[in-house]
Design a protein around this ligand. Structure first.
Ligand SMILES: Cc1cc2nc3c(=O)[nH]c(=O)nc-3n(C[C@H](O)[C@H](O)[C@H](O)COP(=O)(O)OP(=O)(O)OC[C@H]3O[C@@H](n4cnc5c(N)ncnc54)[C@H](O)[C@@H]3O)c2cc1C
Ligand SMILES: *[C@@H]1O[C@H](CO)[C@@H](O)[C@H](O)[C@H]1NC(C)=O
Ligand SMILES: *[C@@H]1O[C@H](CO)[C@@H](O)[C@H](O)[C@H]1NC(C)=O
Length: 539
């Protein structure tokens, strides 16, 4: 009898494992040249120009400076960190606040980002944020978190949910199947030509699961969700839910992003003699007769061995276009033809996402009601996507709030589709929506003491059908630009990567291309495995 029970339990375990699979550990892409020296040999001088001081440019700069390169980093703006991680001083209520462009989550699967945090020794500036709060119009609020081993962690999320039940699970089996059997090598060929909305319709997937779990995830992609690529959505679910039970763990900074990471990073770069030039916008590149880039047009007397374009998608297009213009009368046609090919066949095909806005409001009172999450996603409350009670997580604001009894709320609005609204009208515009989420603000008559509006409109689009145009970091070299590499969040990578991690990892790829060509040992790249837990992707 006991023998029979053991056999049955074993059989059930085998069948269950066959169905759901086993999560895989991260993978290390090892150096292609492990026997080469770790640094440039003594006396060898190599100069690198990096255009753009966002995460991508700073990542490449750090890797190369540590290996003995002379790095010049040109940043158009007055702050480092890029369009989304720069923080700027703002005068409000008689004091200076360092205001972020919104809250950034550092997820568990961001292996390059975590390596960087450890390398800079700034772990203490971050804290784990376990619970994912979401409010809806049509459902109970959710508090999602992942506990336990795969796949019980996912089952737990369903069972704890006030909205989802076991019937729901059966209705989205098809979708779960594709999530579990993620394969990065075939994902874009299979799924990039349709939007995730079209995928849902194709398989008639139940809306409840979509509304409750998937829509908040899609909204966090900063995209117009009706055209968001199904392939990008599968990549998201692999990175942030399914690849392993820790995937949805995330950390957030305890203070503004500049103090937490960007300034320590910049200090490290300066200590390695990186020349950081702020307010220095690169307009175009200058080529020699062999098609190598010598310098940028603003600095004709300088000369570089290598160039990395980490200026974001829009500026990379502009720099290519301007460089082509400079060459229009040149005798040498081949550089012009190659520039034109990369520009027209790739860069020009990649659009930008809709803009995002962020409204930060200083109030004279503080929320004290029962429902009072520090960070909450609001997917069905257009135009608001996330509300952050900054004074509950950010030390700078906490101090002010402690003294004044007030509070600071940031309203992040992704995929803004309401055209131009003057900054001083924005609160009035969103207030009716805020009233639905936090009526207390109006019932208790909170006074707006100050506000700040910010935003950006250069985030790349991940709508359907774009993957085939997206270049990799090493693509320029493959197209005959021997000393050029790309880095940034708009590139394709041969391994799963997203959000903050994509610029940091592609920055390392760009640096690695340079290291290989100079016979200096490449840096290993730790990445999320290309395969989901499921076994059926191999069939
Ligand atoms: C609202 C919002 C919230 C986000 N939240 C998260 C999150 O929670 N978690 C997460 O992981 N990711 C998040 N992301 C994504 C992440 O912030 C970005 O992917 C990442 O910061 C992009 O970095 P980058 O270096 O590729 O590009 P950019 O930040 O665009 O950097 C490009 C840099 O180049 C400079 N530059 C441009 N043109 C020139 C020129 N001609 N010459 C010199 N310099 C130039 C720019 O000023 C900029 O500093 C968020 C994005 C948005 C829009
Ligand atoms: C993109 O670059 C072009 C110049 O080529 C510029 O005119 C435009 O304003 C830029 N777009 C954004 C959103 O910054
Ligand atoms: C604000 O007050 C709370 C509770 O009194 C305290 O725990 C916290 O340390 C204070 N924070 C700051 C930054 O002063």
């Amino acid at each position: 009898m006991a023998y029979k029970t053991v056999v049955i339990i074993l059989l059930v375990a085998v069948v269950a494992t066959l169905l759901v699979g086993i999560p895989k550990s991260p993978r290390t892409i090892t150096p292609a040249n492990p026997d080469d020296p770790e640094r440039l040999p003594e006396g060898v001088v190599k100069k690198v120009l990096i255009v753009g001081g966002g995460l991508a440019g700073m990542s490449a700069a750090l890797d190369l400076a540590e290996r003995g390169y002379q790095v010049t980093l040109r940043e158009a703006d007055s702050a480092l960190g890029g369009v989304y991680l720069q923080s700027k001083p703002v005068q409000k209520l008689g004091q200076t606040f360092i205001v972020d462009r919104g809250m950034q989550a550092w997820f568990h699967n961001f292996h390059s980002a975590w390596e960087l945090i450890h390398r800079l020794g700034v772990e203490d500036n971050f804290r784990r944020w376990e619970v994912h709060d979401v409010v809806y119009r049509k459902y109970e609020p959710e508090r999602m978190y992942s506990h336990g081993i795969f796949p019980l962690n996912l089952a737990g999320m369903i069972f704890r949910s006030p909205n989802l039940n076991i019937m729901e699970i059966l209705l989205w089996l098809r979708c779960a199947w594709d999530f579990i059997n993620y394969n990065h090598d075939t994902n874009f060929k299979r799924w990039d030509s349709i939007s995730f909305d079209e995928y849902m319709d194709m398989f008639d997937i139940h809306r409840g699961f979509y509304d409750i779990v998937l829509e908040p995830g899609m909204k966090a992609s900063y995209q117009d969700k009706s055209t968001f690529s199904a392939a990008e959505m599968f990549l998201f679910s692999h990175m942030f839910y399914v690849s392993n039970p820790q995937a949805d763990y995330r950390d957030i900074a305890k203070m503004n992003q500049a103090t937490a990471i960007i300034n320590p990073w910049a200090d490290k770069l300066r200590s390695l003699d990186v020349k950081i030039e702020m307010g220095s916008s690169v307009d175009s590149l200058i080529f020699d007769k062999s098609g190598k880039i010598v310098t940028d047009s603003g600095h004709p007397k300088e000369s570089y061995d290598h160039v990395i374009l980490a200026a974001g998608l829009n500026s990379t297009k502009t720099i290519f276009r301007n460089s082509l213009q400079l060459l229009k009368d040149a005798k040498d046609r081949s550089t012009r033809d190659r520039l034109n090919k990369v520009l027209e066949k790739h860069l020009a095909k990649l659009p930008l996402a809709p803009p995002f806005k962020i409204l930060t409001v200083w109030f004279d009172k503080r929320l004290q009601g029962d429902y009072n999450p520090a960070i909450v996603q609001t997917p069905s409350f257009q135009p608001i996507t996330i509300i952050t009670q900054c004074h509950m997580i950010n030390e700078d604001y906490a101090q002010w709030a402690n003294k004044s009894g007030g509070s600071v709320l940031a309203f992040q609005m992704f995929a803004w589709e309401h055209g131009k609204i003057p900054d001083d009208k924005l609160w009035n515009f969103v207030a009716p929506t805020v009233r639905e989420i936090f009526p207390e603000i109006f019932q208790r008559g909170f006074k707006v003491l100050a506000y700040h509006v910010d935003g950006a409109d250069t985030y790349p689009s991940y709508q359907k059908g774009l993957a085939k145009y997206r270049p990799t970091a090493t693509f320029p070299k493959e197209c005959g630009f021997p000393n050029l590499a790309f880095a940034g969040n708009w590139l394709h990578a041969k391994y799963p990567t997203a959000l903050i991690e994509r610029p940091i990892a592609t920055g390392r790829e760009a640096a690695n291309q340079i290291l290989l060509s100079d016979r200096v040992r490449q840096s290993p790249l730790i990445v999320t495995d290309s395969h989901g837990p499921g076994f059926f992707q191999y069939m």
